[in-house]
Design a protein around this ligand. Sequence first.
Ligand code: ZN
Length: 372
Amino acid sequence: MGGDGGRGGARVSAVTSPATTAPSGGAVPGAVHTLLPTTIVGSLPKPSWLAQPEVLWSPWALEGDALIEGKRDALRIAVQEQTRRGIDIVSDGEQTRQHFVTTFIEHLSGVDFDRRETVRIRDRYDASVPTVVGEVRRERPVFVDDARFLREITDRPIKWALPGPMTMVDTLYDAHYKSREKLAWEFATILNEEARALEDAGVDVIQFDEPSFNVFFDEVKDWGVAALERAAEGLRAQTAVHICYGYGVTANNEWKASLGSQWRQYEESFPLLQRSSIDIVSLECQHSHVPMELIELVRGKKVMLGAIDVASEVVETPEEVADTLRRALAFVDADKLIPSTNCGMAPFPRAVAAEKLSALSAGAGIVRDELA
Ligand SMILES: [Zn+2]
């Protein structure tokens, strides 16, 4: 895995050269853009018949076969909405999972969900979490059927998000390995198995969510990036890492308020990621205090730039989105810029999320026209 340059051109074209291509400019229905292809980081709101709206990690409103069918229908709607709103690289909107980490862990052996301990998550808030009681193993595919379904219902390039190894470790109590590094390595191996299966199911971009990279800087250096590369090892699909400041929930908002006027946390991980085998770095920018010039630290990588705020229900204007993208272009080449959201949009009312998708496409369209 020798960084961006050594990787297959065929794989890149899977994302940037689909069958239908808009020559330039605004959101042309049915066409995928090769320049500034838009995407979202992860979650979209779920329909109220599937789970309680505007709540994070809310329990399912259906059971059994009705739940299976409901998740599929919600996934279908998520794809339809992204397509209609001009999103180029579509995802499942995380309609089939309750929590971005726990749903994955539920499919593994070695973790006891009935034995719970209270731990401090990301050094920020206490949560009751399951316990690692033995060797962790992936007994069966986790998201592969869902990804195959997503592949069936869209011709667009598709992206799938998985939790990153360090963030998984940070969401559990470990009574077995008693070493965060060892457990991360086990998870990286498991994630790699899942990622390879997702790739075989036709996924073009595999994203690992590592919000922990903004918190545990020593571990990021010591083993975090290495574990992430292990999770991404040997993949033909493009690989992305998403590092953010989290959803707009109280614990996160209080943490952000303590970070001062300039959020420089990316300064710790970006130089390491720049030298890593990961293809795409996803960061938040819109309305955050991240100095734009930090993007320079991952020069050469593709940048999934957060141009949509997920902590405010105020919908950005296309011009605002365009302005954020223009400022980023001082630090990233246009052919490497992927306009995106800051993080997931699950807690929003559905209409707000949908309008934000439209604003993202329209803003990217403005800048595309300027570049053409
Ligand atoms: Zn995020």
